[in-house]
Design a protein around this ligand. Structure first.
Ligand code: PGA
Length: 252
């Protein structure tokens, strides 16, 4: 439906400033010939400004934070405000990543506040959801995803929804080398698209990009991207290697 693919690299807690610069230079170079898709990279907070100096001239590469606070400023030790992130060059922010949910205990209510905060300051949320292996095996995948989606996007207006990016990342596939099959990915993505139709209008839901994440690599990206409702990839491990990410960016 004319959705522009988005290939996003989540660098997690990797790279010193110097390493980040080098990797960002490689991504800009890899993206130089790209016209029909967007690229996003999310370095650690400490490297954002340095990386922005490298990507700012690139027509295809956008800078993202790995998380975002909802407040402009104040007593929020350890958090980074949307204003600060924009100041550092970010136009997007990953929110609700499974590691935030499961390692740091962020719940749906907090994730919703972050989503609304990002919108308030005109940053695009890359809103992540995903089921655990236990939940999948118990046949609860769609129920869990629906809850996460409805609570995470509560209060989002139709206008805002047009720009949101949703990332489906099955927890059991993140960093495990275990990718969802293309059928599993498409099944969930189609379900999520239907859910978005019921939450917003159809013409809005069909514009929302739904990324797949979880052990995406140069070998599986083409098949995943061939699916109707897979509009891009959120890539962890393979985004840290310039060569792999280059290949993923150039999925066919
Ligand atoms: P992975 O991570 O590609 O290393 O599985 C994906 C993510 O957590 O966003």
């Amino acid at each position: 439906m004319g959705r522009r693919p988005l290939v996003a690299g989540n660098w997690k807690m990797h790279t010193t400033i110097q390493e980040a610069r080098k990797l960002a230079e490689a991504v800009v170079k890899a993206g130089a010939d790209v016209i029909d898709r967007d690229i996003m990279i999310a370095p650690p907070f400490t490297a954002l400004s340095a990386v922005f100096e490298i990507v700012r001239g690139s027509p295809s590469v956008r800078l993202a934070a790995q998380n975002i606070c909802w407040a402009e400023k104040g007593a929020f030790t350890g958090e980074i405000s949307p204003v600060m992130l924009k100041d550092a060059g970010c136009s997007m922010a990953i929110i609700g990543h499974s590691e935030r949910r499961h390692v740091f205990g962020e719940d749906d209510a907090m994730i919703n506040k972050r989503v609304l905060g990002a919108f308030e300051f005109e940053l695009v949320p890359v809103f992540c959801i995903g089921e655990t292996l236990d939940e999948r095996e118990a046949g609860k995948t769609m129920e869990i995803l629906e809850n996460q989606m409805r609570s995470g996007l509560a209060g989002v207006t139709a206008d805002q929804a047009q720009t949101v990016v949703v990332a489906y990342e099955p927890v059991w596939a993140i960093g495990t080398g275990k990718t969802a099959t293309v059928e599993q990915a498409q099944e969930v993505h189609a379900f999520l698209r239907g859910l978005l139709v019921s939450m917003f209008e159809k013409n809005i839901a069909t514009q929302i990009r739904i990324l797949y994440g979880g052990s995406v690599n140069p070998e599986n990206v083409d098949a995943l991207m061939s699916q109707e409702d897979v509009d891009g990839a959120l890539v962890g491990g393979a985004s840290l290697k310039a060569e792999s990410f280059d290949r993923i960016i150039h999925f066919q």
